[in-house]
Design a protein around this ligand. Sequence first.
Ligand code: BYC
Length: 474
Amino acid sequence: MAINYSERIPNNVNLNGDRRLQRALEAWQPGFLQWWAEMGPETFQGADVYLRTATSTDAQGWATFGYVKMPDYRWGIFLADLEPERKIPFGEHKGEPVWREVPGEHRGVLRRLIVTQGDTEPASVEQQRHLGRTCPSLYDLRNLFQVNVEEGRHLWAMVYLLHAYFGRDGREEADALLLRRSGNADNPRILGAFNEKTPDWLSYFMFAHFTDRDGKYQLASLAESGFDPLARPCRFMLTEEAHHLFVGESGVGRVIARTCQLMKEHNTDRVGEHGGIDLTIIQKYINFHYSVSLDLFGSELSTNAATYYSAGLKGRFKETDRDDDHQLAASSYTVLKPVNGIVIQTEQPALNALNETLRDSYIADCERALARWNKIIREAGLSFELKLPHRGFRRSIGEFAGVKVTPDGQIVGEEEWQRRKSEWIPTQAEREFVASLMKPTTAPGQFASWIAPPARGINHQALDFEYVTALPAD
Ligand code: BYC
């Protein structure tokens, strides 16, 4: 469905036909723009960025590329097309027509899910706002900004739901989404990973790979929702999410490729003095970002998750493709738990283990991506192998919270953990070293010393295309 860009808030939800909602969203818009000016990308608000703007909500809908100054980007409200016959795919109401209005008894729970999802979007923009100043190339700078403006629109999608379906408390929640700040001690973002710093571009690529991938799985679960107004924007958001994951996976892959090149060129695995990042440091960044992102799935055993599912509000990944009863009342699921110093397998009611079920889908996806990174190393003729740490490593939420688990899954005491943790997560010195490499590289076609160029440019453009122009003076 095409989107009308002549309106103040571009949309495909017929905002014109609901003047009250239109006025409410128009009243929220200046606050959003002010938030963007204060917390959006630093320094580059006046630059012209070669951005893609969605023109329709089908998978081919982002054909329009052109230079845009970010504050002029047309954030709007886009829902995937309505399926008139859609039925609730799971839970106690399975097979009934989907809800077009909020089911009264689940109002609070639904609002909370929407607020949690919405909160992550501005949080990630805040975390990344300073990165432009140290970009490794114009290509990467443009990709960062593309991701940032789309996260802005994902916020709009959730704010639309709060305004359209949750009355006064929805409007208050929408305002609060612009007031919380990533990492702020008094008013932090809701989920842990969104209060961490993204201090350098290696962290950014890891975040886009591991944390955005949580987004893919959470959005896919919400896209199954029996509350159709939530399912439809999530479907559209997922199509954009694919690019964010590409930025993360290919970004880390290019860092690995450059490291391998330097290792061979100089016949060493210590490439720091040649302007690269050692594979051992990359492994530690993987350990850090993967474990922080695993926490985003919540506790292994969660009655909240059981309620979301039974009520038909939040499904599993690819719920409709699964071959079971979609109610799970009689099913069990294997969950790992630390008991008496070892990790054991336990059988749990499947309904209570839905966070773990989603985490398992995510882990399988991370394993596949890791195999692609390892292929880069293998094809360079080197023998190093990157690994994902054990799921209990460095967890703050759920069964493993507070338990000291090594990357290979051994439970150790506090003393051993403190002694050895520098083997597993980046040390201050390593972080400072990575930060020291982050020199801005802004000549068209040039790339920083620590990252290989991508295989191809954006939208068939050359690698030396000026993806961002009218750069601010130093
Ligand atoms: N940090 O019963 P539990 C994305 C809280 S990313 C802090 O296990 P539940 C994106 C929990 O709230 C996707 N607190 O929780 C990526 C609960 O609090 P209460 C974002 C946490 O409800 C990159 C308590 O602990 N979307 O889109 O089963 C860039 C008990 O936990 C955390 C969503 O998350 C944490 N990590 O599951 C941009 C989807 N984990 O009740 C964007 C919506 C748990 O004791 N959210 N807690 O006060 C949900 O589905 C669920 O809320 C969660 C948690 C999966 C997050």
